[in-house]
Ligand binder design. Structure first.
Ligand SMILES: *[C@@H]1O[C@H](CO)[C@@H](O)[C@H](O)[C@H]1NC(C)=O
Ligand SMILES: *[C@@H]1O[C@H](CO)[C@@H](O)[C@H](O)[C@H]1NC(C)=O
Ligand SMILES: *[C@@H]1O[C@H](CO)[C@@H](O)[C@H](O)[C@H]1NC(C)=O
Ligand SMILES: *[C@@H]1O[C@H](CO)[C@@H](O)[C@H](O)[C@H]1NC(C)=O
Length: 170
């Protein structure tokens, strides 16, 4: 019952709503196309779902808790390099990087199918290392996906190739 109690406490405390409304005005979803990660959405955590044995929405990867100093960039870097994972670190990139509870960074190759996509506004906590950035929420993750920038490059390369072929044909 302990997880349920933890979940209900913030709901019972009225000021929590007022606080998240306030933080929404100053914290924004951080974007940087050069990072290699693009915004994927706000997703809920799955540890409280029945029969999941506490499995995470971003499961099977690695994670970092950076109380007081987590930023979106730090999480991207951590998940991109694979730093700190169980096999000794820097084992390769994780496809997904998720920020949770203002201070946690979760890396994984998949997002659990049990995790639901929520409205962007449900992720409403400022990052402890940069309060202008959103770092998920209570049991909610601001999720980024790798590869979209690379996909754009591949798409552009495809256009150039197609252009070259049609040039030859003409
Ligand atoms: C969880 O697992 C138990 C035992 O296998 C089963 O009886 C129960 O219906 C399951 N609950 C859900 C929500 O799937
Ligand atoms: C957070 O601060 C600690 C202590 O200064 C440092 O060791 C750690 O690398 C920092 N983490 C991030 C993600 O910046
Ligand atoms: C996550 O969101 C989905 C979709 O709204 C919902 O079905 C599910 O119960 C939620 N899970 C948790 C743990 O809140
Ligand atoms: C905090 O984040 C904002 C928006 O991403 C950025 O412009 C700013 O430089 C960051 N501040 C620090 C101290 O890194």
């Amino acid at each position: 019952m302990r997880p349920l109690t933890l979940l209900l406490l913030p709901l019972a405390a009225a000021p929590a709503t007022a606080r998240s409304t306030t933080t929404r005005q100053t914290s924004k979803i951080h974007h940087n196309p050069d990072s290699g990660y693009t915004y994927y959405g706000c997703y809920n955590e799955t540890t409280d779902l029945p029969n999941t044995s506490g499995a995470r929405a971003l499961n099977g990867g690695t994670n970092l808790v950076a109380a007081g100093n987590l930023t979106v960039e730090a999480c991207w870097e951590f998940c991109r390099t694979g730093a700190g994972d169980a096999s000794g670190g820097r084992t390769g990139s994780f496809k997904f990087a998720g920020l949770e509870y203002a201070r946690e960074c979760w890396c994984a190759q998949t997002v659990s199918s049990l995790s639901g996509k929520l409205p962007d506004s449900a992720c409403d906590l400022p990052c402890e290392g940069n309060t202008t950035q959103v770092c998920g929420g209570n049991m909610k993750l601001t999720v980024y996906m790798a590869g979209a920038a690379a996909a754009r490059v591949a798409w552009a390369a495809g256009l150039i190739t197609a252009g070259a072929i049609s040039f030859v044909l003409v």
